[in-house]
Design a binder for this molecule. Sequence first.
Ligand code: FBP
Length: 699
Amino acid sequence: MTGKELNSFEDLLKHPVVQKATDNINLELVERREYIPPICDVFSHTYTSLKKDDRYRFEIDKEAKNELPGIVDNTVQTIEGVDDPDESFKEKYCKNRNVGIVFSGGPAPGGHNVIAGLYHAAKKANSESRIYGFLLGPDGIIENEAIEVTGSLVDTYRNLGGFTMIKTGRAKIDSRTKMALSKETCKSLGLDALVIVGGDDSNTNAAFLAQEMLEDGIQVIGVPKTIDGDIQVKDAEGNVLCAMSFGFHTAARAFANAISNLCTDSSSDVKYWHICKVMGRSASHLALEVALQTHANMTLIGEDLANYIDKKRIDKAEEGSFDYTAYGMTLRHLSRVISDGIVRRAAVGKNYGVIVIPEGVLEFINEIQTFIIKLNTIIAEYNDTHDTDFHMEFPVLEDKLEYLRRLARFSREDGSFSIWNTRDDDLFNDIPAFFQEGLLTERDSHGNFQFSQVETEKVLMGLVKDYLNILQEKGMYKIGIERSYFRKTLEKGGFDPDDFGPILFENYDDAEFLLMKAPIISIKTLKQTLVRGAVISEADDIPSPVQKIYQKSVPKFKTQIHFYGYDGRGNDPTRFDCNYTYNLGLTVFSLIANGSTGQMAAIKNLEQGFSKWEPVGIPIAPLMHLEERKGKLALVIEKSLVEVNSVSFKVVKAFREKWLAAEPGPDNYRRPGPVRFTGKSEEDRPITLVLNAVGTLDP
Ligand code: FBP
């Protein structure tokens, strides 16, 4: 078609250039779909078998023994290649199977490749085998809503982000009825195995389903997924079995790219502090990785704050009674720490920067944690004893506050112990309404507090702003003026800078950035200082170059607030996550084909190069312990938090001062760039993993 033939708008829309430009399929998509992830050595064999690995030991909770007797004695299994097995092995391995798979919880990049790996391995063993994908998460199992996964579906979604193929949901199979319905579904589809791709709570669910369906011979295998990176498995001796859940690397890289762009923007127009909240419900793993990827000026790590000890208070307490508030950081103290960084940067002319705040930081702040625990219990108790749900009964904030007031009143009147007393109520009424609302927000189906719904950054930055105002009024928050700029400005106006410098600045003798003296906090105080210094008389106006310098020294604290969560969670996976998840899918099949149940598929040595990766099966029941959920003790897999003794955290701590860059000279930002699928410059694994393995690896 040539330009001449474009007689109508319809013709234009049919033009090949327009068609290509508006097609959903672009080169990146083609490349992603074509990419076949490499497979771990062991999967190059025709068959695989499992070997019990007794080197790993776990401290098993008594309750796990009670509730999960059929799977609690499972051990770690390593996978071995087999090329020429006997006929009975082949028969079992290659039998025609039906396998169901479900995504549970938040999306995590790479999920589609778990399905792809499982599909390819199952079809390779027996082309008649079928894979069913349950729709919209565990509800799909309960309600028997599933589709058959086909080769064309796998090809469409391979190496793509999201859980789009079968969607996900947060339902929990946590009642006898739901268990029975789930079992019914598995039986009616003739499933040999069910695969649950999920986080700590979902893998907990997998263990209970494995126990429940043991008698029916339906195997249940878990797969560790969550961008939060908080499923990391070690045995009792600290040997690492699973260094990181899938999806973490991609989300961290996506957040880091966006935040690094803000570092560039912020250090270009030098007028904003960018406040970046990053996902991670409790643990700060994502924030830690973002710090390493970007070298942002300040990164808060929740686990570090919880560890804080106020030495001054401890010393004081030695004379008198024990001071519990000396342990852990308060919100107010944290706002002081942030303000301190802001003030120090301003002093060297940098009234801008980037702060990274983990979504779950409030969980590590004493007073907030107490509120969360108390309110969790109150809501759970209410739901337990009433036919209606707390949030349905009290839909608006005022109703909820009134209910809390009632609890406080009862405790006052009848004098018995109550979880909510007058002091709690008073403290709670002191915090802003939007934050009260956040703390009272609906818990998820697992009873977890939904940090992503709370405007943590707003709470914190509100306190920071208040404190900076106080500091500004005291003359302790000022922008440093570059000496050469000061000299040039005064000389241009016909004044001798050395006449004014010693009068205006507290560090005129030697500093590169000059700080206006503390008492100069207004035009009035500026004039008084100049008159007192005898450089002008009462009748004179302030020389305009001096006024200009003063104006420049007055900080305006302007913030831009960002939330990085759902965007990075939906990013197409990094190569690391593509390869990791495809091999997880292959591992799942190996566990199923060899008769395992109650195991979690994992890859050992992720912190090392791909050639060292070792697929394993990890027993889920031994990882479980009792924790409070919905106001009751329940067996769950423990979340892995950032270890303050880990190499990655220690490195970030050691570089804090450098990355704050509160000194003259450029910032120390790092540019990770976007997640790249092709080319050689994409990193092959998360930086935290690499650092945490230092000392255990060859350089
Ligand atoms: P999972 O643990 O289910 O993978 O989800 C993690 C997460 O992305 C958290 O980082 C975040 O706090 C939460 O999900 C958000 O939940 P929702 O998707 O329900 O808003």
